[in-house]
Write a protein that binds this ligand. Structure first.
Ligand code: HEC
Length: 364
């Protein structure tokens, strides 16, 4: 779920949740010392002790995303599989790698289904996105139990609900004639957007290309699919359900509901469509993550640095000094957070074209 302008959108990936704080809080509240103070009853104490032990034993530094609102779910799967293959031992941090990403919206599942390639890089291929199931291992289930109980449940949920989800409509007025101009541009040979991203019926459906390709964006997330991860995956029971092999590029993201899928690119490094469709050199280097609760209507995407005097909000050196080390702020200098690539400004060529494309993207 994501909150945008006070409305909760089902299926939109979270934009602000801090997984690191959540993990720490869970460890804290299951800590027996805390519970003694609360005089919890014996059953609660036993449950808390067991939960605390699992949380502690399964924690790895590569689990914690470097920024609030980003996730490392894929490395988490990696660690769990690696532990199984190594008699329950943790891999070293360097063996896992990083690759913080934003959470994809569930309505992308409909577009991806025919291609059976999942997640932002498409390295995992199978009938449904089952890497998520390995997270269930953190509940201390055995792999064999996972294969017989958890996988069928996830598959059933996927078939009955998730593949039918469509994106929410853009909730504000749209300029129809400007959007029509944008549609013609997006589908034109000169811009080539549709060659990669497919075509759209305006009802939340897409004729997707299934393309995964290199457009110069940050490579770190793709590179976590290393030899160790692949070997650990192949030795696990879920290898029966799919394959893992490093992709040659990120998915040419389905653009259904793209107005709500900000900040943009797989790592959420570009706050608005306006910045994504302009020259890469003009994209902001530091911006507030919590500001993602508000839509920037003209530029389509998240507000940048609200509640700050305009002169400071535009002062790059000030922003870096004041917020560069703050995990509540996105800093493109962090590992895996680069905002480079996908620069089609030489084809888009004018602000008129940029605004028309943005208007059309609101309608998908
Ligand atoms: C060569 C193929 C290609 C072309 C041409 C292309 N894109 Fe993309 N686009 C991609 C890929 C690949 C990504 C994902 C990159 C990443 O996540 O690192 C992407 C990402 C995006 C995103 C971010 C979506 C999100 O939810 O984060 C938008 C918006 C977008 N493209 C719009 C456009 C528009 C508009 C055009 C035409 C001006 C265009 N693209 C041209 C391949 C392409």
């Amino acid at each position: 779920m994501a909150e945008i302008d006070g409305v909760a959108y089902l299926g939109a990936g979270t934009k602000t949740l801090d997984e690191m704080i959540l993990g720490k809080a869970a460890q804290h509240v299951t800590d027996l010392a805390q519970l003694t103070a609360l005089r919890a009853d014996p059953l609660d104490r036993a449950t808390a002790r067991s939960a605390h032990e699992i949380l502690r034993r399964h924690h790895h530094p590569a689990f914690d995303p470097l920024t609030r609102g980003r996730s490392t779910a894929f490395p988490a799967s990696h660690v769990e599989m690696h532990m199984r293959a190594h008699g329950g031992a943790m891999p070293a941090a360097g063996e896992v790698g990083r690759g913080d990403v934003k959470t994809s919206p569930l309505w992308h599942a409909a577009a991806k289904m025919p291609f059976q390639r999942w997640y932002c890089d498409g390295s995992f291929q199978g009938t449904f996105p089952l890497m998520a199931s390995s997270m269930e291992l953190a509940l201390d289930q055995s792999f064999d139990k996972l294969a017989t109980s958890v996988l069928p449940t996830i598959q059933a949920d996927f078939k009955s609900v998730i593949q039918h989800l469509r994106p929410p409509r853009y909730p504000y007025p749209v300029d129809a004639s400007l959007a029509a101009k944008g549609k013609a541009l997006l589908e034109s040979d000169k811009l080539g957007c549709a060659t990669c991203h497919g075509t759209y019926d305006g009802q939340g459906n897409i004729r997707w290309t299934g393309l995964h390709t290199e457009v110069g964006t940050d490579p770190d997330r793709m590179e976590i699919v290393n030899a160790g991860f692949t070997a650990a995956f192949n030795g696990s029971p879920i290898a029966k359900e799919g394959q893992l092999s490093r992709s040659k590029g990120y998915a040419a993201t389905p653009l259904t509901g793209v107005w709500a899928n900000f900040p943009y690119l797989h790592n959420g490094s570009v706050p608005t469509l306006y910045h994504l469709l302009g020259p890469a050199s003009e994209r902001p280097g530091v911006f507030s993550v919590l500001a993602a609760r508000k839509l920037d209507k003209p530029k389509v995407g998240q507000a940048l640095n609200p509640e700050m005097p305009a002169t400071q909000a535009r002062d790059k050196a000030h922003l870096l000094r004041a917020h560069g080390d703050d995990r509540d702020w996105f800093n493109t200098r962090r590992l895996g957070n680069g905002n480079q690539g996908h620069d089609f400004w030489s084809r888009i060529a004018s602000d008129d074209n940029r605004w028309a494309l943005i208007e059309y993207l609101k309608t998908l």
